[in-house]
Design a protein around this ligand. Structure first.
Ligand code: DSN
Length: 420
């Protein structure tokens, strides 16, 4: 018997195949507006589903602990080189299994347990790994936070004041739900004033940074992390970059053997494919579309009377405040899902509701921009979102809108049955 089984998944495991088919149908019939999601190309998925999944390659290119790594070396080096070219940095580690693993490795590399970190408050748009108390970053380190001012924007003078009091070893900049440009130069000045390391987490905006559509954290940040699956449109995973050789060496040791074992070589192969796509001239056009589509979305929501945190957007996301409404982010997300629009509830600054219900809804434009949607579609979708929220208990309306949006989606396909 050949060890290679020739059957396709549908034959080999019809149960798993059926679930994947259902997910394909879900993704094909709902508007994907979760700000941290996107549609990877079939080429990315092909690399991720490749034979590299079989390979152990603990270590780094040309310094492995296993035999047979010559092609793993080539693929990892290619991913590293492409990544350094995209962001204009000297060192990159493409092995983190996720953004959280990447951030954990940065702390492990540069901090001792109990050291002070200063990051953006989760409820103001920061991430769990930026020092939130229930997370390892808030348990293992002494974490402090800054937030946004009443205008929904980071007040850099206030961050400086807090940094002077806290005297953190690391300042974390970057966010998961912040619609405005992050000024890395100002963060560098703050970090220099208090002698802190500047760590930028660009998970959400990486695809925009890559195209010059958002300020680059280099040369300002000492270390930069990102996920690869949000605006960067690659496979799920993390990356770490630096221009500082000493930091880069510590990061490499913190990833392996510090916090991870074998790298996911198949995912690294898919990262290399995604980075190749980012380096293509058409990426600029895509990043511009992400931003202009988010702007149009924000404009319509505002015209229709919805309050947005920071009153607009500079990037790929908008954050609707429902603080003055008699329904929560959870209610909104369920109603929008009924109408065929997938979003997430999100806490907002000074949110009176708990994280399980929230007073916010976060919307993103990256995935629908991948499908080729432009102003015209985003205006229509924004109005549909408002129609649902204006009359949130109207289930027949939600059903009707779902039908209309399914018809719209039929004209915008990224996958066919042969490519997912
Ligand atoms: N969970 C991601 C997001 O949705 O922004 C961040 O890790």
């Amino acid at each position: 018997m050949s060890f290679i089984r020739e059957e396709s998944l549908s034959v080999a495991d019809s149960e798993v195949f059926a679930i994947i088919e259902n997910e394909f149908d879900r993704q094909s019939t709902h508007l994907e507006m979760i700000a941290s999601e996107n549609f990877t190309s079939p080429a990315v998925m092909e690399a991720m589903g490749s034979i590299f999944t079989n390979k152990y390659a603990e270590g780094y290119p040309n310094k492995r602990y296993y035999g047979g790594c010559q092609f793993a070396d080539q693929i990892e080096q290619l991913a590293i080189d492409r990544l350094c070219e995209i962001f204009g940095c000297a060192y990159a580690n493409v092995q983190p299994h996720s953004g959280s693993q990447a951030n954990g490795a940065v702390y492990a590399a540069l901090l001792q347990a109990g050291d002070k970190i200063l990051g953006m408050d989760l409820r103001h748009g920061g991430h769990l790994t930026h020092g939130a108390k229930p997370n390892f970053s808030g348990k293992n380190y002494h974490s402090f936070t800054y937030g946004v001012a009443s205008n929904g924007r980071i007040d850099y003078d206030n961050v400086l004041e807090i940094a002077k009091i806290v005297q953190p070893k690391i300042i974390v900049c970057g966010a998961s739900a912040y619609a405005r440009e992050i000024d890395f130069k100002k963060f560098r000045e703050i970090a220099d004033t208090v002698g802190a390391i500047l760590f930028a987490d660009i998970a959400h905006i990486a695809g925009l940074v890559a195209a010059g559509e958002h300020m680059n954290p280099f040369p300002y940040a000492d270390v930069v992390t990102s996920t690869t699956h949000k605006t960067l449109r690659g496979p799920r995973g993390g990356i770490i970059m630096s221009n500082n050789e000493e930091i880069a060496k510590k990061i490499d040791s913190a990833i392996f053997p510090g916090t991870q074992g074998g790298p996911l070589v198949h995912v690294i192969a898919a990262k290399a494919v995604a980075f190749g796509e980012v380096l293509h001239p058409s990426w600029k056009e895509y990043a511009k579309a992400i931003k202009s589509n988010a702007k149009v979305l924000a404009e319509v929501l505002i015209q229709r009377g919805y309050e947005l945190i920071s009153r607009g957007t500079d990037n790929h996301l908008v954050l609707i405040s429902l603080i003055n409404k008699d329904f929560s982010g959870e209610d909104a997300s369920v109603a929008l899902e009924n109408a065929g629009i997938t979003v997430n509830k999100n806490s907002i600054p000074k949110d009176p509701r708990p994280a399980s219900s929230t007073s916010g809804v976060r919307l993103g434009s990256a995935a629908l921009s991948t499908l080729g949607m432009k102003d015209k579609e985003f205006i229509l979708i924004a109005h549909k979102i408002c129609d649902v929220l204006d009359d949130i208990k109207n289930i027949p309306l939600q059903v009707q809108i779902k039908k209309e949006l399914e018809t719209l989606l039929k004209g915008f396909k990224v996958y066919n049955n042969a490519t997912y």
